[in-house]
Design a protein around this ligand. Structure first.
Ligand code: URA
Length: 430
């Protein structure tokens, strides 16, 4: 088989077969096929796409390029959730303990943030001592003991995806539905859970910009799950404005704890209840979704959910934060509105990029993160604002942040007339 024939076949818009797909994935991992040929193929796939069968074969080839996690020693249905990435998205920190407090087994491998999106691992590692490097044995034992473990993806999990993603990132071929679907699903399938809820974000701060694209991506991932005997449900949720109020690692941990205690922002609380109900119901803890939601609300009010977060932190060697003495920054700068009105839009991408430049995220893979810095929004879409009222606070250790103040101010668009609150859950595909 010759790589150039595979490239030409896809360039001419024909479907690739299983053998051809395995050939290029395995050849790339082994180093026998060079970057320039894989780049060319990725671009051909970007333009001509892949059908369902090709996408399943691609997922399987990427999945089989490395190890898979065996969760069979964990009793009961194993559940997992994945977000396609957003700004202020601390859902896992809330959802994991919340769902685990009902008895469901939450076994999650997470990644780091890059660019304007935050990563769960960075948030967890902002908790002093928290260990994300669990061995498979310890991971399984912890889920059996306390119903929850959240660890870092190892290098051996879907290694082909790491190579392909890095190449796509620098060749303009990330936003392709079959490539995104196979990339996400290969890692999720390798992580071993029986039930996976996907949170597909759309809007300024997300990969998917339109509802139609998000629906197609969701359907593709649900079908891939089915082809591998897993139950997958996809939520399509708004990411045109950040989720919750806090963006930045420790700030998001604080907001997650507040949400677990029943004092969090309404959008984050609702999203966790809705996704959580699906996980709990699919894990067969309750017979209906309604019962699941009721149970989750009780777990929050009884503080069992926040206690479960404490157990998770303890089990992974972390120190539970003292919220009264947790965030330490040189400066908290208020960004004030220049006029009165109603918030019409709040650009999540700009807020994410600004938080990243303050030090909360990485522009490049090896950049260091400052766990304490970030942005706390004071106003979100639909809120009324007076002239000179605070829109957001910047938590910073930088001396001169006048550019960031301007960026955050520009991220807000005000209207003279009232604006309805944003719809958060736009569709559910299963
Ligand atoms: N997230 C992934 O894991 N892969 C993609 O291709 C895009 C987002």
């Amino acid at each position: 088989m010759r790589m150039v024939d595979i490239i030409e076949k896809k360039r001419d818009n024909h479907a690739l077969n299983k053998k051809e797909i395995e050939f290029f994935v395995n050849g790339y991992v082994k180093g026998t096929i060079p970057d320039y040929q894989i780049s060319s193929l990725m671009m051909a796939i970007y333009f001509n796409s892949m059908n369902e069968e090709e996408t399943v074969h691609l997922t399987e080839a990427v999945l089989n390029s490395g190890e898979t996690i065996d969760l069979s020693e964990i009793e009961g249905v194993k559940v997992d959730k994945h977000s396609t990435g957003g700004v202020g998205d601390k859902t896992t920190l809330v959802l994991g303990p919340l769902v685990a407090s009902t008895g469901a087994k939450f076994a999650k491998l997470s990644g780091r943030g890059l660019g304007h999106t935050g990563g769960t691992l960075d948030k967890l590692e902002s908790i002093k001592g928290f260990n994300i490097a669990l061995s498979s044995n310890d991971f399984v034992k912890q889920v059996n003991d306390i119903n929850i473990a959240v660890a870092g993806q190892t290098k051996s999990l879907a290694p082909a995806d790491k190579l392909l993603y890095a190449l796509r990132d620098v060749t303009g071929t990330v936003p392709s539905i079959p490539l995104i679907a196979s990339s996400i699903m290969s890692k999720k399938l390798a992580s071993g859970a029986d039930v996976i809820v996907l949170d597909v974000k759309i809007g300024e701060g997300a990969f998917m910009k339109t509802l139609d694209d998000a629906r197609e991506l969701s359907r593709t991932m649900v079908k891939i799950g089915k082809a591998f005997g897993r139950k997958v449900v996809a939520f399509i949720t708004d990411m045109s404005e950040p989720l919750g109020y806090s963006v930045g690692n420790k700030l998001e941990v604080v907001e997650a704890i507040q949400t677990l205690q029943g004092n969090g922002p309404a959008d984050l609380h609702t999203l966790c209840l809705k996704i959580g109900s699906h996980l709990v119901h699919q894990a067969k803890i309750t017979e209906t979704l309604e019962e699941a939601e009721k149970m989750l609300k009780k777990k929050i009010s009884s503080l069992e959910a926040s206690d479960k977060f404490k157990s998770l932190i303890q089990a992974q060697d972390g120190e539970y934060p003292d919220l009264n003495d947790y965030i330490h920054v040189g400066n908290i700068v208020a960004v004030k509105s220049e006029k009165a009105g109603y918030v019409k839009s709040l650009n999540a991408l700009e807020i994410g990029l600004s938080a990243m430049r303050l030090g909360a995220g990485r522009a490049a893979k090896d950049d260091e993160i400052d766990a304490d810095v970030g942005i706390v929004l004071n106003k979100k879409v639909g809120d009324k604002v007076e002239e000179d009222e605070v829109l957001a606070y910047l938590y910073t250790n930088n001396k001169d942040i006048s550019d960031e103040v301007k960026t955050v101010l520009k991220a807000y668009t005000l209207s003279d007339t009232e604006v309805p609150k944003k719809e958060l859950i736009l569709d559910i595909i299963d």
